[in-house]
Design a protein around this ligand. Structure first.
Ligand code: GLN
Ligand code: ZN
Length: 756
């Protein structure tokens, strides 16, 4: 069947590998290196040992092609910038390559780091390459060649992986013109690289082009065709696999297939189905790497469905290999340590190691027939049946409550009428001051949490310590003269995990770490069932804080969209349905908070923009359900109760009209770094509610002066009338130190008071 292929295909692979280590070994080694406790040699040794162990496992699992070079000390996009000689000139003076690399990633006392932003619609963050007229690209393949040589020495069937030129340039920030205009400069470098990889023994190379699943112009599609025509024409090269993932490459697929590349990877789990493949006849001469095992969610694969898909694909492609849909970077290493999950739930899951096994089973079924894997297929069917019939996935009470809701449950009185009511109810000065929610997570807080986990203190002692923290934060805010207070969130390990642990329908893992960026890892909760709130989640903390002051204390909750965005979500119902269930639980909490006396309630939605679909055509539907979910969560309270929200960014782009749609009485946003331009954007979108543009940047330890804050406020007042303007920092204060927080807030209050 592979007769029409010019290169020997492989049958079973994954597109990339996690790298922080099964127990976050790389995180610890890297942070020790930064702190000067270990040297570079130690760090490299830890990296090499992790790779060795990983390759040994993959070889034992029976993959016949293994991705190499997806290991990284910080980020794969930064690695690509190094590969292409595109580090910014400001780090060029740092002689040591490792320190130069980390300087670009994290900055130093004198050098600003590269910006960080989200990798497509995942929760991984990459470093944004900077390109300007002074950038002269040059090839530095040492790391990739070393990784390849090492893997070959280990005896694994190595397939080097690089980020492709189109994706690299689309992700880069160009100081002048469009970054993609620089493509002609990159192609000779990639051609050179292909030659070097072939000489070093690579049979296949994987070129990642996830940018092809975003909306491309016709001119960009033409660039895809030209780029891969050029690279396929390199005389001595490995077989080229172009990998797309996170969506459907659409017109780019036909463009790729028209070139002489040898294979294409498609994300079947994200909707590139059999029809798309059948519609491109040129794929009959290529290896199709079919991503049927979801690389970014944690559910066990429906092997029967995957086999049906693979069978159909076999009719349209030159050959088919089984693969994960994306790199396994986005899922935890293995289910093995998760002994705390109930057996039933555990049987529905598949983490990194289990996904590799699924790939192998499917590939065996394709080559040897299903009888060869009968036991595995039976087990997968039993797990699917157990999941389908589990009562926790079908809570009739939750479903009936949602079915009984109508449009009126999403609406409050018009905003200007609410403003009048709330003015009387709250009696705040003009330009009211507030903070976003969290205060510094001190070592006392972290120690108390660790002690509780280890059983060294009991719940009562933990509560006592948290209350002491709350009392201190309330005293501080009263002393500073802030107007709307917060309890400081000491009890929240994380703004999503905290709620997930208290809601039915969610489960937590013990060791399910996933890299978020650099050495930062998160442990996303698993949303597996219908969601409801067995009992109040924040009432005692907020009630205690309110008991200490006559000023209003904000009830503080995380919104439904953000809870979904930072969890592994169900794949057996639309995301919007899960959002409504979470929203209903949050709504229950807002109603209870109000009944307990809360006059202001904040529901944070920092991830509203993160979940925005990659394709413009899919965005309106998303914005509809996400805005409705927020409104469902917040419209249950009286019109006298003031609803706040917080969004963590200021470049609203496609979501700007959605922000007005949230209908929150007050929205706090980031603005300090964008100099208030965001207010003009909001005005242009017809936003007429309360707004708190952050008047200083909490991401820096610097204490802003009264003058600086006054200037910020004065420029805000040019765009927003005083009766709508709030005064606050641009995000929560949990990562800051207590001394700078007090100094900064004192200046903030002084500036607001002097302007009044
Ligand atoms: N209330 C949260 C805090 O202050 C909001 C954080 C966020 O939006 N990322 O920490
Ligand atoms: Zn924020």
């Amino acid at each position: 069947m592979s007769v029409s292929l010019s290169r020997t295909p492989f049958t079973a692979t994954v597109l990339g590998l996690p790298r922080v280590g099964p127990n976050r070994e790389l995180k610890r080694a890297t942070e020790s290196y930064w702190a000067g406790r270990v040297d570079a040699e130690h760090l490299h040794a830890v990296g090499a040992e992790l790779r060795r162990a990983q390759f040994a496992e993959l070889a034992a699992a029976g993959l016949d092609s293994v991705p190499v070079g997806t290991f990284s000390y910080y980020d794969q996009v930064l690695d690509t910038a190094v590969l292409l000689g595109a580090l910014p000139p400001r780090v060029a003076g740092i002689a040591d390559p490792l320190d130069r690399y980390f300087a670009a990633a994290r900055g130093t006392d004198t050098v600003a780091p590269l910006e960080m932003t989200k990798w497509f619609d995942t929760n991984y963050h990459y470093l944004v390459p900077e390109i300007d007229a002074a950038t002269t690209f040059s090839l530095h393949p040492e790391k990739l060649l070393a990784d390849l040589a090492e893997a070959i020495e280990f005896g694994v069937p190595a397939r080097p992986v690089v980020i492709g030129p189109i994706t690299f340039l689309k992700l880069a920030k160009a100081a002048d013109g469009a970054a993609v205009d620089r493509l002609p400069e990159l192609l000779p470098l990639y051609a050179d690289l292909l030659g070097q990889l072939a000489a070093a023994g690579a049979q296949w190379v994987q070129i990642d082009e996830p940018a092809l699943v975003t909306d491309l112009t016709d001119a960009e599609i033409a660039l895809v065709r030209e780029t891969y025509t050029t690279l396929a024409a390199v005389a001595q090269r490995p077989a080229i696999l172009v990998a797309t993932y996170f969506g459907h490459p659409d017109a780019a697929l036909a463009a790729l297939a028209d070139t002489d590349i040898d294979g294409v990877a498609l994300d079947v789990t994200a909707g590139t189905g059999v029809d798309a493949v059948a519609a491109v006849p040129a794929l009959a001469r290529k290896l199709l790497v079919a991503g049927v095992v979801d690389g970014r969610n944690i559910w066990r694969t429906d092997l029967d469905a995957a086999l049906r898909t693979l069978g159909t694909l076999l009719g349209s492609a030159g050959a088919v290999a089984v693969s994960s849909s994306s790199s396994l970077l986005h899922v935890p290493y293995s289910l093995a340590p998760e002994t705390g999950l109930d057996e039933r739930l555990r049987s529905w899951l598949s983490f990194g190691a289990e996904k590799v096994a699924e790939v192998r089973v499917l590939a065996t079924a394709l080559t040897e027939g299903t009888d060869a894997v009968a036991a595995e297929l039976t087990a997968a069917r039993a797990a699917a049946e157990s999941r389908r019939t589990d009562p926790r996935l079908h809570d009739e009470r939750v479903r009936a409550r949602l079915a009984a809701l109508d449009e009126s449950d999403l609406n409050r009185l018009p905003a200007d009428e609410r403003r009048v009511l709330q003015r009387d109810h709250l009696d705040l000065p003009v330009l009211p001051t507030t903070t976003i929610g969290s205060y510094p997570q001190t070592s006392a807080i972290r120690l108390a949490r660790a002690a509780l986990r280890k059983g060294e203190i009991d719940q009562a002692e933990y509560v006592r310590r948290m209350r002491a923290e709350i009392a201190e934060v309330i005293t501080l805010q009263e002393r500073l003269g802030l107007d709307v207070l917060v309890h400081g969130e000491p009890e929240r390990n994380d703004m999503v995990q905290y709620f997930a642990e208290l809601l039915d329908g969610f489960a937590a893992t013990d060791n399910g770490w996933v890299q978020s960026y650099g050495t930062r890892c998160v442990r996303p909760p698993i949303l597996f069932g219908d969601v409801s709130r067995p009992e109040p989640m924040t009432l005692s903390w907020i009630g205690y804080a309110q008991s200490l002051t006559a000023k209003p204390v904000k009830g503080m909750l995380t919104g439904p969209v953000t809870i979904l965005a930072w969890s592994f979500v169900r794949d057996d119902q639309p995301l919007g349905d899960s959002a409504r269930q979470v929203a209903l639980a949050i709504r229950d909490e807002t109603v209870d908070l109000e009944a307990q006396g809360a006059r202001v309630i904040q529901v944070d939605e920092p991830a509203l923009r993160e979940l925005l679909p990659l394709r413009a055509a899919d965005q309106p539907a998303y914005l509809r359900w996400s805005v409705d979910a927020f409104r469902l969560a917040t419209a249950g309270v009286a019109d006298t109760t003031q609803v706040h929200t917080h969004l963590c960014y200021s470049e609203f782009g496609e979501v700007i009209s959605a922000i007005a749609g949230l209908d929150a009485d007050v929205t706090s946003i980031e603005a300090a770094r964008s100099h208030m331009e965001v207010l003009d954007d909001l005005n242009a979108a017809g936003f007429a509610l309360g707004v708190g543009p952050g008047v200083y940047d909490i991401h820096s330890p610097r204490v802003p002066s009264v003058e600086e804050i006054t200037t910020s406020l004065a420029s805000a007042l040019k765009a927003v009338p005083a009766e709508r303007l709030w005064v606050n920092p641009d995000c929560g204060l949990k990562t800051r130190g207590p001394v700078e927080v007090e100094a900064s807030l004192r200046n903030l209050v002084t500036a607001a008071q002097s302007l009044r």
